[in-house]
Design a protein around this ligand. Structure first.
Ligand SMILES: [Zn+2]
Length: 72
């Protein structure tokens, strides 16, 4: 959906990009990877207005932080 702009569930083409945020006390759409809000990985969401299907994406440069925290 991020790449095609087309919903895989209903074929809808009205896709909203909802950017991830990092607010106080861990609010917003993010994954904490450390002790402060500055070490959270933002999760961006793509939402189909036709059926409500949503996808979540993380920036590629943030993936190493997640591997560090959650990987083996
Ligand atoms: Zn849809």
């Amino acid at each position: 959906m991020k790449r095609t702009g087309i919903c895989p569930k209903c074929g809808g083409t009205q896709i909203l990009k909802i950017p991830g945020q990092s607010g106080p006390y861990g609010s917003g759409n993010n994954i904490p990877t450390g002790w402060s809000i500055f070490s959270s990985v933002l999760v961006h969401r793509y939402l189909c207005c036709g059926c409500g299907y949503s996808e979540e994406w993380i920036d590629k440069e943030d993936i190493p932080d997640l591997v560090k925290k959650f990987g083996d």
